[in-house]
Write a protein that binds this ligand. Structure first.
Ligand SMILES: *[C@@H]1O[C@H](CO)[C@@H](O)[C@H](O)[C@H]1NC(C)=O
Ligand SMILES: *[C@@H]1O[C@H](CO)[C@@H](O)[C@H](O)[C@H]1NC(C)=O
Ligand SMILES: *[C@@H]1O[C@H](CO)[C@@H](O)[C@H](O)[C@H]1NC(C)=O
Ligand SMILES: *[C@@H]1O[C@H](CO)[C@@H](O)[C@H](O)[C@H]1NC(C)=O
Ligand SMILES: *[C@@H]1O[C@H](CO)[C@@H](O)[C@H](O)[C@H]1NC(C)=O
Length: 602
């Protein structure tokens, strides 16, 4: 049956080729031949910090709506794969999953700018590759965590034509930021509003870029709407002594906006019954004092985004004045999402919940549909390959993500080829509260888990395995707020059906998919079903659910299991790996805390 996959693979290749053609042609005429290769296009990339989809922040950004949503395409199923700044940003800039960068935390020893250098990525990431392809590259704002007054020049980030980075300890201090331009000494902006300082720098870099008369890639990375952090003292090993977290700070002119606006009271907001798993399930319901604090925190996020929104407007005015709109892609996204109160969580990120992993992505530019929404499943791991594709640079073979089409025609062509259904989510370490009320001292310490989103025709699922071997499964077609964990011990006796099958049949497939993905590299990350079915006759969960694969999935496959909780990616704590055929696990090992066995589901 191997030949049955050929037509779809061939179509996939031609769809990608046409995406590429159209991107560089910048024409709306689908019959235009490849005769006139246009100038290499420019990119302006807005990268905010901790911006949500589910708290409706985009509804409060009229200029983002006018310039980007109304004139571009909204990617309604875009995900980060590690829901915290530094790992997610490294994934974005390298096109590699966090388990392959091994940059899994914000601070040392497993994360931060120093770790990025140590792991050898300073000459293996997008800005360097863009320069090799003839681009000028510009950056202002936050690059990574623990990029500081003390380590900014040892060495300087490679691959940039001109930069003006936010540095710690001022990165998250809205009224005492420090910026560091090119190879100059850092400059402190005490008393000035950081997003406004950054906006001026962004306009300046755009002017430089246009004057240089070369194709350019400009990244504008404000710290908003991240919480405000005041680091009283700071040591270069990444230990931030005496650090105060507080709500984001608005510019004076926005301080009084949105009076009475509150966190959307969705079904999963501060629910009466505990939800989630592990430490999240132990959280207490929030009292009124806590809710009031968090609602104010929410308003401060919306206020802090207003200065970003104004900057977006001014950038578009400048692009229009320069007459380069028809050859420039404008991309808007963030590093990870945010929760406030869902599942009783305090303000923060780091969790696998939809609020933390599902993030905004909007693209406007030549050939891109206007005022459109696409529901293709895309991730931050796909962004570097996608940028390569848009700019006409041949793809690298070591990307863990895949280029996705962005133009109207490319997305139409995609309707007939194999579509990616999965997002591989992973996390190691600690989950913090950024509000006034914390968690118990150790509660959120073991926040290590692997998870999957699988979205396809007739299914919309979240599956996770925690480092204590608790499992979660949410049927998000019926339970978008992720309130009913179908694998919680209290649910076991019900013998649920899912997708009209015994639930165990579905879990076996999801677990095998996660098993392949948790250590995947390259193509195995984007085409995991091909790894399980090398003949190519299975490309979706739907295909894999066929009864003829019951024995294969339910008996023959190894399971995702942890030996213990670690704060970093220590493979010896994470059970068998796909590559490691020595440790055979059948389908019967203990399945989650509560003592139920795999066999009860099958
Ligand atoms: C965008 O599309 C929606 C419906 O799909 C329509 O109501 C709205 O007017 C459109 N907006 C613009 C600016 O074209
Ligand atoms: C502002 O930041 C600078 C540089 O980190 C620091 O020296 C100064 O004390 C800070 N000012 C305040 C008011 O915290
Ligand atoms: C509300 O909850 C917070 C966080 O648990 C607690 O510190 C505070 O004492 C509570 N306040 C009241 C009035 O119960
Ligand atoms: C975290 O996990 C470690 C190792 O698995 C365990 O020893 C420890 O008790 C756990 N801590 C909490 C607070 O659950
Ligand atoms: C990730 O880094 C940690 C700390 O440096 C190391 O112990 C671990 O083996 C690394 N993991 C992999 C898969 O290389």
């Amino acid at each position: 049956m191997w030949w049955s996959s050929l037509p779809s693979l061939a179509l996939a290749a031609s769809a990608l080729a046409s995406v590429h053609d159209q991107a560089v042609l910048s024409t709306d005429d689908p019959h235009a031949g490849p005769a006139q290769p246009a100038k290499q296009p420019n990119v302006v990339f807005f990268l905010t910090d901790d911006q949500d989809v589910h708290l409706s922040s985009l509804d409060y950004m009229p200029f983002v709506k006018r310039h980007l949503l109304d004139k571009g395409t909204y990617f309604s199923r875009h995900y980060c794969t590690t829901a915290v700044c530094c790992p997610s940003r490294v994934t974005l800039w390298t096109g590699k999953a966090a388990h392959n960068t091994n940059i899994t935390d914000v601070n040392p020893p497993y994360g931060g700018y120093g770790r990025f250098i140590e792991q050898g990525f300073n000459d293996k990431y997008l800005p360097v590759w863009l320069q090799e392809a003839g681009y000028n590259t510009y950056y202002t704002g936050k690059l990574f965590n623990v990029h500081t007054l003390w380590n900014y020049d040892s060495p300087y980030p490679a691959g940039f034509t001109s930069t003006d980075f936010l540095l710690d300890p001022g990165t998250y201090n809205y009224l005492n930021s420090t910026f560091q331009r090119n190879q100059e000494k850092p400059k402190n902006y005490e008393g000035q509003y950081s997003t406004d300082v950054l906006a001026e720098k962004a306009y300046g870099l755009l002017d430089e870029a246009v004057q240089a008369d070369k194709p350019f890639f400009l990244t504008i990375a404000p710290n908003a709407p991240h919480c405000n952090i005041h680091m009283h003292s700071y040591s270069d090993d990444g230990n931030q002594h005496e650090t105060d977290f507080g709500p984001p700070v608005a510019a004076k002119r926005h301080e009084h906006l949105f009076e009475g606006v509150k966190v959307p009271r969705t079904e999963n907001f501060n629910p009466d019954e505990p939800s989630g798993a592990n430490w999240i399930r132990d959280l207490k319901k929030q009292n009124q004092t806590n809710l009031d604090f968090n609602d104010n925190f929410y308003r401060k996020r919306l206020q802090a985004l207003q200065a970003v929104d104004e900057m977006v407007d001014m950038l578009f005015k400048k692009l229009e004045a320069y007459g380069i709109m028809d050859n420039t892609y404008i991309v808007y996204s963030t590093d990870n999402g945010f929760h406030i109160g869902q599942h009783r969580l305090q303000p923060g990120k780091s969790c696998g919940v939809e609020e933390d992993i599902h993030i905004p992505l909007i693209i406007r530019g030549p050939g891109v549909g206007e005022n459109e929404t696409t529901d293709i499943v895309t991730t931050h791991t796909d962004l570097a390959p996608t940028f390569f594709n848009i700019l006409g640079i041949p793809l690298r073979t070591d990307f863990d993500g895949a280029a996705f089409p962005i133009t109207k025609r490319g997305l139409q062509d995609l309707a007939v080829v194999e579509r990616k259904e999965h997002v591989n989510v992973e996390y190691w370490g600690f989950a913090g509260s950024e509000g006034a009320y914390g968690y118990g001292p150790m509660d959120s310490f073991n926040n290590t888990y692997k998870a999957l989103r699988v979205i396809g025709p007739g299914y919309n699922l979240y599956y996770s395995v925690w480092c204590n071997n608790e499992h979660e499964l949410y049927d998000m077609s019926n339970d978008p707020g992720q309130l009913q964990n179908l694998l919680h011990p209290s649910q076991s006796h019900q013998k649920h059906k899912l997708l009209n099958l015994p639930i165990g049949n579905v879990i076996a497939r999801l677990d095998s998919l996660l098993f392949v993905l948790k250590s995947c590299k390259g193509l195995r990350c984007t085409k995991p079903w091909h790894t399980l079915h090398p003949q190519g006759d299975v490309t979706t969960l739907q295909d894999a659910l066929s009864v003829r694969f019951d024995h294969f999935y339910e008996v023959e496959q190894k399971r995702v299991v942890f030996d213990r909780c670690e704060r970093g990616y220590l493979p010896e704590s994470e059970g068998p790996m796909w590559e490691d055929s020595g440790k055979a696990f059948g389908g019967m090992e203990m399945f989650y805390r509560g003592g139920l066995h795999w066999s009860e589901y099958v």
